[in-house]
Ligand binder design. Structure first.
Ligand SMILES: [Zn+2]
Length: 483
């Protein structure tokens, strides 16, 4: 006959993990995981209280899916509750009031002046009794303290407090999926995790100070440290995109992508940009055709959709200058796109004049010219007092047999550039992934960064053969981190 787990069996297990009189513990638990317990959840709570003693404190989170042990703590006559609609705890014992007071006043739900960080001040522990790191609320504290870019502000909530009704929202509040389970290994490697057994349950005990140190360090090194790498997890893909968007926002330049690299149709282009963390598109093609081949309404609908999805239009790019440039200028005007990208040719001064008359900005990209010719033409444009920029294509200069950074940029064109095409090619014209060709793209990006270049960096304007948008943007991010 089995009587199941007893009070003494539990206290022995907890002491074996290192818990002692005077300790403070935040407990996440599953009663069922212990196997049969004589006296049930009441016995578990009593066992914790006798190990922690009169000077000790037992706390439990009281939001989300509550277990029976949590319920018992909450219902004890001497339980103290923290007031919080999103992250409340209940506590029993010596420091219960210290942990719980004014929780709702803190800026962050799990940050400073909340029970989750006050436990660290008391040098307390998180105990996971028969549950895994997925339930470890203190990992939210790590995310919030690091103010990770994927965290969102909650909707405002109105709730009762000892000082009357309050309406409040919480910034940097944790979102949907994260891979907290994967952090077990990191914590164990850093000696921040003690494991043991109580009854049938696997138990994990962590010093909150060490937990915040170790996981905090991981968050500083990689803001995606808690995200999963499952390519089918839309939550984590979106959270990674938010990290990347935030990272690009630190730069002086603005990042855009050729619509042809992002996708064929407006919906597809918008979705790809959102997942890549890019907020602007250079419209060069739609529905598999150059924009000049499409009806006005088709283009208008696509542009409206992109804007509804929060995507800015950095320019309208034409593969050649049509006989009827006026029609294109009218299209840009209808679409409220204020910048045209045209190939650089000897007629550039005329084209720049037409754009100037229509109050439309223009940038000329080098396609089939060397840097001497490009410089002469740009000079002729400026001699007429016309404000036009140069979209510098390192791949095209490499194809022209020049060293794009050492020759084309440094000797001739540095003063004209208002856009850099983030693409690469070898001297024989073969498109290459970034910084694997002769485009000297890394040098160009670095020098423009040094001068706090505030123009556009555009991915995929010419080379569409080299992988997907995801490949290109990942490669760009890697290069920026290396420079
Ligand atoms: Zn995920």
């Amino acid at each position: 006959m089995t009587t199941g787990l007893t009070h003494d069996g539990i206290t022995e297990g907890l002491r074996g993990l290192g818990l002692k009189q005077g300790d403070t513990v935040l407990l996440h638990s599953s009663l069922a995981s212990l196997g049969h317990v004589a006296g049930g959840a009441e016995t578990v709570v009593d066992a914790f209280l006798s190990v922690l003693g009169a000077e000790g404190t037992l706390a439990v989170p009281t939001f989300g899916a509550l277990g029976i042990i949590t319920d018992v703590v909450k219902r004890r006559a001497d339980a103290v509750r923290s007031v919080h609609p999103k992250a409340s705890v209940a506590a029993l014992g010596h420091h219960a009031e210290m942990l719980c007071h004014d929780h709702w006043k803190a800026e962050l739900a799990h940050g400073p002046e909340t029970p989750y960080t006050r436990i660290a001040e008391l040098d307390g522990y998180v105990c996971l009794l028969g549950v895994d790191q997925d339930r470890n609320t203190t990992l939210h504290t790590v995310e919030e303290l690091a103010r990770l870019p994927y965290l969102k502000t909650t909707n405002p909530v109105t709730f009762a407090t000892p000082e009357g009704d309050v309406t409040k929202s919480w910034p940097f509040f944790p979102g949907p999926h994260r891979d907290f389970i994967g952090l077990d290994r990191l914590l164990a490697e850093k000696g921040a995790l003690t494991t043991g057994r109580v009854g049938n349950a696997a138990v994990r005990l962590m010093s909150v100070r060490r937990l915040l140190e170790v996981a905090g360090q991981a968050a500083r090194e990689d803001p995606a440290f808690a995200l999963c790498d499952n390519p089918s997890c839309m939550d984590c893909l979106k959270q990674r995109a938010a990290i990347r968007r935030h990272r690009f926002a630190q730069e002086a330049f603005s990042l855009s992508v050729a619509s042809s690299l992002a996708g064929r149709y407006a919906e597809e282009i918008a979705a790809a940009c959102q997942l890549a963390g890019i907020g602007a598109v250079e419209l060069d093609a739609l529905n598999g055709r150059p924009v000049s081949m499409l009806g006005m309404q088709t283009v208008e609908r696509a542009v409206a959709l992109l804007r509804e999805e929060g995507i800015e239009l950095s320019g309208l790019r034409l593969p050649c200058v049509p006989k009827d440039l006026a029609r294109v200028i009218e299209l840009a005007d209808r679409l409220q796109i204020d910048r045209l990208l045209l190939p650089l040719s000897v007629n550039a001064p005329v084209h720049a004049g037409a754009c100037e008359d229509a109050e439309l900005a223009v940038s000329f990209y080098n396609a089939f010219v060397d840097c001497d010719t490009a410089s002469t033409i740009m000079q002729a444009v400026h001699d007429r007092g016309l404000p036009a920029g140069l979209t510098f294509s390192p791949a095209a200069f490499a194809r022209a047999g020049e060293k794009p950074f050492l020759t084309s940029y440094r000797r001739k064109l540095r003063h004209h550039i208002d856009q850099l095409e983030i693409e690469d090619a070898t001297f024989d014209g073969t498109p290459q992934v970034l910084a694997r060709g002769n485009g000297e793209i890394k040098e160009l990006m670095s020098v423009l960064r040094c001068r706090r270049f505030a123009g556009w960096f555009v991915l995929g304007a010419g080379n569409r053969a080299v992988g997907s948008l995801e490949d290109a943007v990942g490669r760009l991010e890697t290069l920026l981190n290396e420079i």
